[in-house]
Design a protein around this ligand. Structure first.
Ligand code: PLP
Length: 388
């Protein structure tokens, strides 16, 4: 059987990983400034993470959601505390798309309405509802086209006000910090106004923190910089540090009914052990503070590089904490390839020539320096190629 060929892949196979480093089959070392797409939050191969998973595997790894699983209760308590959403409740699933799908569904059950307001350039996943609130027609099939979804421009308060005042909407879904779009942060005042308007018009506010959550921006959730509280927050990626987990955090205004939501794998014993270990590590190693510090360090150094390399190379530097977008000019977009090919550094990519930095939250100053030196050298190399 062949693999269904939908991924554009690098011909590199990592077989070992530790902290912010990876090694391929030939033993070559790579620096991980990508975190496997914002998934590796506490670093590869963390000893506490491995111990928690191994010891859980030795006792019980899975049973269904029809029996008591006290690990889920422990996880809900720990997550409530670290996220400051302790009065909310938790529904566990296995991916970001599923977490969003459940939130959209729950909002619709709650309001009796089906229309959703999403934002331009948004990405929320690939299941039917999640892809329909994603602003990318290329990945949406005719099968998904029946959903009632409108897209507003990010930070356009007037447009949002006009739409919500129609009374048609069940929910608004917004990323805490847009990732796939190329790292665009909603303005604080916009988020505050969005919170006020959704309350006023009885619309459920869902904040997708699948990529921006779990401490990546320096607070547990990116929307917390605006001082707002969502009705639902969705999570995945970093919460399991590679173990597939999705989570929907639900305000006490929503009443659960038996059978309303469900999943076979969500909240299984291994998933809970992984997520509990991640929370322990983020708290004990103060990784949110490190993400904030290292994010500032990188952004400040990147601005200095921007000045040194002159105009026409870097168009813009955006982001917060360890969620950074470096928008390159067309000519310098290949710098990402140069970084991997010549300097063995993994980074992410986004539309519009954006190099995305999403490293583990444990990134050190030495590792940041390694990246910065390589980045500047890669720009010089690309400049030489352009001159030829
Ligand atoms: N939401 C956001 C903001 C994402 O970045 C992603 C994945 O990149 C998803 C949802 C979908 O998550 P998953 O791939 O786990 O379904």
């Amino acid at each position: 059987m062949d693999l269904f060929d939908v991924y554009k892949i690098w011909q590199i196979e990592p077989v070992k990983a530790q902290g912010c480093r990876l090694w391929d089959t030939s033993g070559k070392e790579y620096l991980d400034m990508y975190g496997g797409h914002a998934v590796i939050s506490v670093g590869h191969g963390h000893s506490h993470y491995k111990e928690m998973l191994k010891s859980q595997l030795d006792s019980i790894s899975f049973y269904s959601n029809s029996v008591v699983n006290s690990l889920q209760v422990r996880l809900a308590n720990a997550l409530g505390k670290i996220s400051e959403y302790d009065s909310s409740s938790l529904f566990l699933s296995s991916s970001g798309a599923e977490a969003n799908e459940n939130a959209l569904k729950l909002a619709s059950f709650h309001t009796g309405k089906s229309r959703v307001l999403a934002f331009r350039k948004a990405f929320h996943g690939r299941t039917s509802g999640a892809v329909s609130v994603t602003d990318n027609p290329v990945i949406s099939s005719p099968f998904n086209s029946h959903h009632k979804v409108d897209f507003a421009a990010l930070n356009d308060t007037e447009d949002v006000k006009r739409r919500l005042s129609s009374g048609d909407y069940s929910s608004v879904i917004i990323e805490g910090l847009q990732g796939v779009a190329g790292i665009y942060e909603p303005e604080k005042d916009f988020l505050k106004e969005l919170r006020r308007l959704t309350k006023k018009y009885g619309v459920v506010l869902i904040v997708d923190e699948v990529q921006s959550g779990c401490g990546r921006t320096g607070k547990y959730f990116a929307h917390q910089f605006a001082g707002i509280k969502a009705d639902m927050v969705t999570m995945a990626k970093g919460i399991g540090n590679g173990f597939p987990i999705g989570a929907t955090i639900i305000s006490p205004d929503f009443n659960p009914e038996k059978g309303m939501l469900g999943t076979t794998f969500g909240g299984n014993h291994l998933a809970c052990a992984a997520a509990l270990a991640v929370i322990d590590i983020i708290r004990d190693e103060q990784l949110m503070a490190n993400a904030s510090k290292m994010g500032d360090y990188l952004i400040c150094a990147l601005h200095k590089i921007e000045q040194r390399v002159g105009e026409g190379v870097i168009s813009q530097i955006r982001g917060r904490g360890l969620m950074i977008g470096i928008e390159m000019s067309n000519e310098y977009a290949p710098v990402r390839d140069v970084l991997l090919r010549d300097f063995s550094i993994f980074t992410g990519v986004a539309k519009g020539n954006v190099i995305r930095l999403l490293p583990p939250l444990s990134l050190s100053v030495d590792e940041a320096e390694l990246f910065l030196t390589a980045f500047e050298s890669a720009i010089v190399k690309q400049g030489e190629i352009l001159k030829k």
